[in-house]
Design a binder for this molecule. Structure first.
Ligand SMILES: [Zn+2]
Length: 179
């Protein structure tokens, strides 16, 4: 029996519609994460830790994109997520981003997780866990903490190895440069 997901030639006995939908969503998540990775790469090339973020609206359209600019701007709050949230709120003319999905290559830090809760983002999709400052689940879980008044969906591990590699290579190169 042939199961070709790309052509949607499926036996419904084997793969039900829910799984197909999840697979299509997964492909969309990969596509936007790949966009965020390009932004991360650009941040790295400009001397910032390579992290990129994009926000899409309920129609699946890109409404904001940003890369980490902390070093370039000498701004401690210039993480990719914060810049993207500001841009999305400006585009939609509202700080309430319930219908939006935020994609970010690295698990958000406590500052960004706080901003994500404040913006009421519906879903966060991230690439790789941050064992040092990850605040969606790895070190802290700010959205589910007592300090949070907003529930959101969190999906981790999309293009995880690519997201990890871009960071590891950047830190390795920097160590070589500073020797
Ligand atoms: Zn952050």
């Amino acid at each position: 029996m042939v199961i070709k997901i790309s052509n949607i030639l499926l036996s419904e006995k084997i793969i039900d519609k829910k799984i197909l939908m999840e697979y299509e969503e997964y492909l969309i998540h990969r596509q936007w994460m790949s966009h965020a990775l390009q932004l991360a790469q650009s941040a790295g090339e400009h001397g910032d830790v390579p992290v990129g973020a994009v926000i899409i609206n309920s129609n699946g359209e890109l409404i904001a994109e940003a890369e980490n600019r902390k070093e370039r701007d000498q701004d401690p709050t210039a993480h990719a997520e914060i810049i993207a949230l500001r841009a999305a709120a400006k585009t939609l003319q509202t700080w309430r981003l319930n219908e939006c999905i935020l994609y970010v290559t690295l698990e958000p830090c406590p500052m960004c997780a706080g901003a994500i809760v404040h913006s009421r983002v519906g879903t966060v999709v991230y690439g790789v866990d941050d064992a040092k400052t990850g605040a969606l689940r790895t070190v802290l879980n700010i959205p589910d903490s007592a300090a949070s008044n907003h529930q959101l969906s969190v999906i981790g591990g999309i293009l995880e190895s690519d997201c990890r590699n871009v960071l590891q290579m950047w830190f390795t190169n920097r160590r070589h440069r500073t020797k």
